[in-house]
Design a protein around this ligand. Structure first.
Ligand SMILES: Nc1nc2c(ncn2[C@@H]2O[C@H](COP(=O)(O)OP(=O)(O)O)[C@@H](O)[C@H]2O)c(=O)[nH]1
Ligand SMILES: [Mg+2]
Length: 365
């Protein structure tokens, strides 16, 4: 098997070079676009297309060609020399699945760059595939309305983003909202922003409860926000204290609960947190995640916090994130509506109600 990587100005040009170098039987393993500034310091961006393709032929050549192309695969050459190339084949098989999927979605030269753009922005390939399949099916149903490009896709994707507006207050009794999530995600800062929204802008009666009994610093952080906004702040060390504080503040419109900065890897943590939170009749749980976090860490958090019953997802640090496919992947995979996005460290201004449009704009722009 020979593997060739080709970089060209357009997908068409790259493909024709692949064909001229490897022949008509070459299989495209992956494509990606590479963005760069035309001039140093210039804001204008240009992009190139990179295609990695393979041609199945003499097994002896396989390892040699692989070693020539990428440094990562050099280790395969020493393992496989003159023999089995199982590992490489399985890697290629997984890549081919993606290519096959792309083919089954009917991606032509116009659509493939759109697909590549989504992948480049962090949209998971299976999630992207689902979107293209939807469009394909819709195109077949609605004759004379074929999929024409990015705009149509963006519209379909927008429909797949779940948002449920701001926290809705109850007419009787306080609305209790707990922010849970990994350490450093931005829970305490976001509580302060929400408290300001309700107390200062909407003139609602607000109380804050901290379950953060592990780090004194965190409690002080919330307390000083409370002082600033003239909102009472309480520390609940256990289930009984939490229940008592809630009972004593039935006159409030909203009670915001900050949770402890314990690692989500602590398996007992969610169990203990659940026991405490269940002491209040109805707590709305918002899972706070940073938009800059690795997708694998975010997935792990969804799993770890699921036993609490996640009602909403709140993404922080949109100002620091580079790709926003993560937000879309989470929306499609977990089907839990977003509540708010936070966009900076400033309290109270850097928070907004999550909106479908915003997610789509962030991905496509
Ligand atoms: N850039 C940026 N930083 C944020 C945002 N939200 C929180 N932070 C910062 O993230 C850090 C951790 O926030 P904190 O609220 O203490 O996280 P917690 O451990 O989940 O309570 C702090 O330095 C915050 O200022 C945001 O939207 N954008
Ligand atoms: Mg905190």
């Amino acid at each position: 098997m020979r593997i060739k990587k080709v970089i060209a100005n357009s997908y068409g040009e790259a493909l024709s070079r692949v064909k001229s170098e490897l022949g008509e039987n070459a299989m495209v393993l992956s494509t990606r676009s590479i963005k760069f500034n035309k001039d140093q310091g210039a804001s204008e961006c240009s992009s190139l297309v990179e295609i990695t393709a393979a041609l199945d032929n003499d097994p002896h050549q396989e390892t040699v060609a692989v070693a020539e192309e990428t440094s990562n695969e050099k280790r395969w050459m020493s393992v496989d020399k003159g023999g089995e190339i199982r590992e490489l084949r399985s890697m290629i098989a997984s890549l081919l699945t993606q290519t096959d999927k792309a083919k089954s979605m009917g991606l032509n030269e116009t659509l493939l760059p759109v697909y590549e753009k989504l992948i480049g922005r962090g949209v998971d390939d299976r999630v992207a595939a689902r979107m293209f399949e939807t469009i394909h099916e819709r195109g077949q149903r609605e004759e004379g309305n074929p999929f024409i490009g990015e705009n149509h896709l963006a519209e379909v994707m927008k429909g797949a983003v779940k948002c449920d507006g701001p926290i809705r207050l109850e007419s009787a009794g306080p609305k209790v909202v707990a922010l849970v999530g990994p350490t450093g995600a931005g829970k305490t800062t976001t509580i302060a922003k929400l408290a300001a929204r309700f107390a200062l802008q909407q003139k609602k009666k607000v109380a804050l409860i901290s379950l953060d009994t592990y780090r004194m610093g965190a409690w002080e952080q919330l307390e000083s926000y409370g002082e600033l906004m003239q909102v009472p702040v309480f520390l609940a060390a256990d289930r009984n204290e939490f229940s008592r504080i809630i009972q004593e503040h039935q006159d409030k419109d909203v009670i915001l609960v900050d949770t402890m900065g314990k690692s989500h890897r602590d398996l007992d943590y969610c169990k203990r947190l659940k026991q405490v939170l269940e002491a209040a009749p109805q707590v709305e749980i918002h899972l706070v995640q940073s938009a800059t976090a690795q997708e694998s860490v975010v997935s792990e958090c969804f799993k770890q916090f699921a036993p609490l019953g996640i009602d909403r997802v709140l993404f922080t640090k949109l100002d620091e994130a580079v790709d926003f496919g993560l937000l879309f992947n989470c929306s499609v995979r977990y089907q839990i509506p977003f509540s708010y996005f936070t966009t900076g460290q400033s309290v109270p201004e850097d928070i907004e109600v999550a909106a479908q449009d915003k997610v789509i704009r962030l991905i496509f722009n």
